[in-house]
Design a protein around this ligand. Structure first.
Ligand code: SAM
Length: 356
């Protein structure tokens, strides 16, 4: 396993399958129109699988498919099956907004996808429409139900908590998750590229979330037992490996219901961050906040061997010192990371291009 300059392993790879999305979430893609990656630059499934093979050979046993909306890419189950041929991938997951999940859940399961995370910020269709510019809230709920029917037992729900939007729904979302067989992860609103309307006063901190939930549920305890013992919901060595550096802190209610909080804004986890991101056009980012990435598509398409790619990736990782979220936290007068014009000038700065 290769380590960076701060002793962090290259353990987790996020693969963005497309920069396109069928929602326009206010905290991620609030504009109507975007500058898209050129079609010819988008990696084929074979190119993705080959690069994933090089990364996994360097220790990246956790792979997550994301975007944009990954399920907008045609035939994702075929990619999943291709990646499952790589035995070094111990944990293969996908994050989706759920809009077209109902039809895809069973084929994804059959192809061998291990885990699914569905983004769900609100249970109220009117709020969903106001925030995403889509009336299809019901399709997301149906996608979640279908995922359970297809056999995804370890479903997660991602909720970005934004003050004035959904901070009054935290308990309702936990209750919904309990009924749907899913664990909710509340994510602090981050000032990533794309979040052009971000301001500090819209962030609900981990502490604020816990206080609100304690008013409803009473005492809430942090989960200290290893995830493998977690009520049988997580099993096996793969689970232990996949939880070791997970950013979510998990908590448990008196009745045993668990949930997570990802405090990326007020308590960043840069110190243990083992993630890097490959965009749909093969640009590799060492940090969500990194100014620049490096093209792996260029050497790949120029005929580089696996050994040459391995050397490029491991040398680059060894020099990694990124601590983007911690540096943002240290700023005085923090505001949105980029203005719209700067995102248009370089769409690689967008969260939906980098892969969330
Ligand atoms: N389209 C898929 C989805 O909606 O889950 C995958 C891509 S999306 C960029 C991945 C995750 O990033 C989602 O859970 C989304 O809520 C989260 N996200 C996007 N913008 C964010 C922001 N400004 N702060 C915190 N999380 C954000």
């Amino acid at each position: 396993m290769v380590h960076d300059a701060l002793a962090r392993p290259l353990a987790s790879l996020r693969l963005s399958l497309t920069d396109r999305c069928n929602l326009r979430c206010r905290y991620c893609m609030p504009e109507e129109e975007y500058v898209w990656l050129p079609r010819a630059s988008i990696l084929t499934f074979e190119e993705i699988a080959r690069l994933a093979g090089v990364f996994t050979g360097l220790g990246a046993a956790k792979v997550r498919l994301t975007g944009g909306e990954p399920l907008l890419r045609h035939d994702v189950p075929t990619l999943v099956a291709l990646l499952r041929q790589n035995e070094r991938i111990a944990d293969l997951a996908l994050t989706t907004n759920g809009m077209v999940l109902a039809a895809q859940a069973a084929p994804l399961r059959r192809a061998g996808l291990h885990r699914l995370t569905v983004s769900l910020d609100t249970l109220r269709p009117d709020r969903f429409e106001a925030y995403t510019k889509s009336k299809r809230h019901g399709d997301v709920l149906e996608g979640i139900a279908e995922a359970r029917r297809a056999g995804f037992e370890r479903l997660k729900l991602n909720t970005v908590v934004v003050k004035g939007y959904n901070e009054d729904e935290l308990a309702d979302l936990i209750e919904f998750g309990r009924g749907a067989g899913a664990e909710v992860r509340f994510i602090e609103y981050m000032d990533v590229g794309g979040a052009t309307q971000w301001s500090p006063d819209q962030v609900v901190s981990r502490r604020g979330m816990l206080e609100a939930l304690e008013r409803r549920y009473g005492r809430i305890e942090p989960v200290t037992v290893p995830a493998a013992n977690d009520g049988g919901a997580l099993r096996g060595a793969r689970d232990v490996a996949s939880k070791a550096t997970a950013p979510a802190e998990r908590f448990v209610l008196a009745d045993g219901t668990t949930f997570g909080i990802i405090a990326s804004t007020t308590a960043p986890f840069c110190r243990t961050c083992d993630r890097s991101r490959l965009t749909a056009d093969g640009t590799w980012y060492l940090c969500l906040y990194a100014e620049r990435g490096i093209s792996l598509r260029d050497p790949l398409r120029a005929g580089a061997s696996d050994d040459e790619l391995r050397e490029l990736i491991s040398d680059t990782w060894r020099g990694r010192r990124d601590r983007g979220a911690e540096e943002r936290l240290a700023l005085v007068g923090r505001h949105a990371l980029y203005p719209v014009e700067s995102l248009r000038a370089d769409p690689h700065r967008e969260m939906h291009t980098r892969g969330g």
